[in-house]
Design a protein around this ligand. Structure first.
Ligand code: FAD
Ligand code: UDP
Length: 368
């Protein structure tokens, strides 16, 4: 019998595996895709440009511990993400900041004037529960329509008012001219890409990996003392309470051999008018030098591979029913974005994995 089986070789599964292997456990990872790294997977496209197969991944965290842990497996390139949004034919910084307002209204307000502008347009809200509350109470109706409502509808197939507050709360509003997407203390890209980071993390004599293996298709080979599961939690329980909604995406990649730069920043958002939500130009994320350039247009869709848990009140209630089953398992740990049904960033998936692995180690030591 295997000592530990880990389902999924994304951040959650890989970090758990490494910690457990270093603690002396033998780990078998089963991954249904033909590669490691989960949704952070990157590869060289046919034209030699490092692209992210499942959408742009920018590493950012405030946790020194997580940054230092991952630094064991990669060097980093300093990178601060900047995003523009195309609204009424013009490009504006998003998150909305001083420059966004001055460009939109043709004035040059100082920070105090921006503050009183937001004070004037914001819609007071006693209790913030939805993403609409978040946006309206910070920037008011007009900016909500221009920057948020259309994007959100495309991305989630839902109105802002149907989504939990945490979704729109990811995007701050600023009165100064800071145009960075994130303000975390550590903002870096792995200098040789995410896949190489994973290859190094998984390079351990007590870790074996079976790629192209779906956990549910080979039940007789999956006997183990403890299972760590990072796939969708509803699938694990055979959809007993009905399927948990996950949002999917489709990516359209394009290479240009005759132009060096496609757009002014790595990411442009298209809140309105286009079918896609955003275009990413990969070289601008990775700093790669190349005569041509590769981009991806991102389209959101209701079916396909599960990429995002959908944070609504009713989905949370359904998830809690599955979580109750999970809480009663003694030899299965559920961890990661799909298994915990949480809109985790990479650093949060790493934090959850560290906690899960330590819990498993403690449990085994007690039982010895
Ligand atoms: P995953 O990476 O999804 O890994 C789960 C793995 O389990 C997958 O490889 C899957 O194939 C495998 N699996 C599932 N079921 C089975 C099965 N039955 N048998 C075998 N294997 C199975 N985070 C950031 O911090 N910054 C960003 O810029 C960022 N951008 C993102 C952009 C997009 C488009 C998306 C979708 C996510 C983004 N994220 C970003 C979030 C980031 O991808 C996740 O936080 C992280 O990948 C979660 O890791 P995970 O291991 O929980 O899940
Ligand atoms: N959002 C928006 N307009 C934007 C950017 C974001 O309305 O230009 C909203 C939208 O609902 C989106 C959420 O904020 O899904 C979170 O955005 P983020 O960029 O964090 O999404 P992710 O990178 O996780 O897809």
């Amino acid at each position: 019998m295997n000592e530990i089986i880990v389902v999924g070789a994304g951040f959650a599964g890989s970090v758990c595996s490494r910690i457990l292997a270093e603690a002396g456990f033998r780990v078998l990872i089963v991954e249904k895709r033909d590669h490691v790294a989960g949704n952070a997977f990157d590869y060289l496209d046919a034209d030699g440009i490092l692209v992210h197969k499942y959408g742009p991944h920018i590493f950012h965290t405030n946790s020194k511990r997580i940054f230092e842990y991952l630094s064991r497996f990669t060097d980093w390139r300093f990178y601060e993400h900047r995003v523009l949004a195309l609204v009424d034919g013009k490009l504006y910084p998003i998150p909305i900041n001083q420059t966004t307002i001055s460009r939109m209204y043709g004035t040059s307000p100082n920070e105090a004037a921006i503050e009183s502008f937001f004070e004037k347009v914001r819609v007071p809200c006693d209790k913030i529960t939805t993403s609409e509350d978040v946006v309206l109470s910070s920037v008011g109706y007009e900016l909500c329509e221009k920057f948020f409502r259309g994007y959100t509808l495309k991305q989630w197939g839902l109105d802002l008012s149907e989504l939990s507050a945490g979704v729109a709360a990811r995007i701050p509003t600023r009165v100064n001219d800071d145009d960075r997407y994130f303000t975390d203390s550590f903002q870096f890209m792995p200098s040789r890409g995410y896949t190489q980071l994973f290859q190094r993390m998984l390079d351990h004599p007590r870790i074996a990996i079976n790629l192209g293996t779906d956990y549910f298709e080979r039940p007789h080979e999956m006997q183990c003392h403890h299972l760590i599961y990072t796939g969708p939690i509803d699938r694990f329980y055979d959809y007993r309470f009905g399927p948990l909604p996950y949002r999917s995406l489709r990516f359209e990649f394009q290479h240009f051999s005759d132009i060096e730069s496609f757009q002014p920043v790595a990411q442009i958002n298209y809140p309105n008018d286009f079918e896609y939500t955003r275009i990413t130009e990969f070289k601008k994320l990775t700093g790669q030098v190349h005569d041509g350039t590769s981009i991806a247009r991102e389209y959101s869709q209701p079916v396909g591979e599960p990429f995002y848990p959908i944070p609504t009140q009713s989905n949370e209630i359904l998830f809690k029913r599955y979580q109750q089953l999970a809480d009663n398992e003694h030899s299965v740990t559920f961890v990661g974005r799909l298994a915990q049904y949480r809109y985790f960033n990479m650093d949060q998936a790493v934090a959850a994995a560290m906690l899960a692995a330590e819990t498993v180690i403690t449990k085994f030591r007690k039982n010895k």
